[in-house]
Design a protein around this ligand. Structure first.
Ligand SMILES: *Cc1c(COP(=O)(O)O)cnc(C)c1O
Length: 377
């Protein structure tokens, strides 16, 4: 790890070589010619949008997916020139910047398409668009049975270039029948359009779960996010897909104290020591994204041994019981998520303890936590 310019004793390590490995693992499993768009929205799921995107571009990623124009502009300002799709909605105020920065817009209604067409015409450019189809997500998207008429109307707008058509699955991880019915609806639309002479170059639907579980959802472009970060959409997939963990969340012991049996730890006094023990204070809390739901439930690694979180997680500090360790010293490295010696604490484990999904756990890690990048390739 390079010497870094921060004093904080809590940090995240991002292994960019693992991003590369995961990208290649997924790519290898796809038929020749299938393109890959990687979702780098929400600061690349907390991993750092610029660094992760640079790595993905170096790996040959065809497209990047963002949630809003500002994320796309961050990429462009950092000289990332690959195609970028704004997966979110846009409003009138975004139109000129989308076109000027060559950011592909998701189009889902006619007035916005007209606006984009008008602004593109005035700029003497073409606006690249992907049309989003609702097959059951109920979010952005034109309802699939109305989509062919909608797209025929778009075809008449001279300053739009319809590059892509896509849909999204709400329950690829839990409901196979529903997901299959969505794939059928989407294919039916593609066929209807082709009969009417409309051939759209890129067709896509597969997030990580569909990429792994539904080959007929691949079309000619897949759209993973989670798996690129080495995370599994369901716990059942752990060990089944060969993904390398990318993010480690680390801190150091900043205080050690002998605590007698029967004393209370942290706000609300929810933990009372059962024996004479040693309590370590860690400089990390929910203000860093170490969730308060981990109070009295989480575990961390110190010197290759699991140690329980005791008492409630504070905004900036968390206590652990290290009384059972053979050796423990001030400044010892503590792994909140990641590996130490032969043991691992997965992001998926934290998600499970917090009754949520791994996506949210990595998004929690706040900007206060410095990101350190490692690339062994
Ligand atoms: C975030 C996102 C993805 C990526 O999903 P994962 O489950 O992380 O693979 C794909 N498509 C859309 C529309 C998204 O918003």
């Amino acid at each position: 790890m390079e010497k870094s310019l921060f004093y904080r004793q809590t940090w995240v390590e991002i292994d960019l070589s693992a991003v590369g490995r995961n990208y290649r693992t997924l790519k290898k499993a796809l038929p020749e010619g299938t393109k890959m768009m990687v979702a780098v929205k929400a600061n690349a799921y907390g991993h750092g949008i610029v660094e992760v995107s640079r790595k993905l571009v170096a790996c040959g990623a065809d497209y990047l997916g963002v949630a809003c124009l500002d994320e796309a502009l961050t990429l462009r300002k950092n000289l990332i020139h690959v195609p970028i799709l704004n997966l979110g909605a846009f409003l009138k105020s975004d139109a000129a910047a989308l076109i000027d920065n060559d950011v592909t817009a998701t189009v889902t209604d006619y007035p916005m398409a007209l606006e984009l067409n008008k602004v593109a015409g005035a700029l003497k450019k073409k606006a690249k668009i992907h049309v989003k189809i609702d097959t059951g997500m109920g979010r952005l998207g034109v309802w699939h049975s109305e989509a062919d008429d909608f797209i025929l109307k778009l075809c008449a707008l001279p300053h739009l270039s319809i590059e892509g058509l896509y849909t999204h699955f709400p329950s690829a991880d839990t409901d196979e029948a529903f997901t299959r019915s969505q794939i059928t609806m989407f294919c039916a639309l593609v066929t209807k359009l082709e009969i009417k002479g409309v051939k759209i170059p890129l067709k896509h639907s597969a997030n990580t779960m569909a990429l792994v579980g539904y080959k007929d959802a691949h079309f000619n472009l897949v759209r993973p996010g989670l798996a690129i970060y080495g995370l599994h959409p369901t716990e059942a997939l752990i060990g089944k897909v060969d993904l390398a963990p990318v993010l480690s969340f680390k801190t150091r012991i900043v205080y050690l104290k002998n605590v007698a049996k029967g004393r209370s730890i942290s706000y609300g006094r929810t933990h009372i020591t059962k024996n004479d023990t040693v309590i370590a204070t860690l400089p990390v809390g929910y203000g860093d994204g170490y969730n308060r739901l981990l109070s009295n439930k989480g575990r961390v690694l110190v010197n290759g041994e699991f140690c329980p979180v005791v008492g409630v997680v504070c905004m900036d500090q968390t206590m652990i019981d290290v009384g059972h360790l053979k050796s423990v010293r001030l400044e010892d490295e503590v792994v909140l998520a990641g590996t130490q010696k032969d043991k691992i604490i997965r992001i998926e484990e934290l998600a499970h303890l917090c009754h949520t999904i791994p996506y949210e756990v990595v998004c929690w890690i706040s900007p206060r936590v410095p990101r350190v990048y490692i690339d062994k390739e």
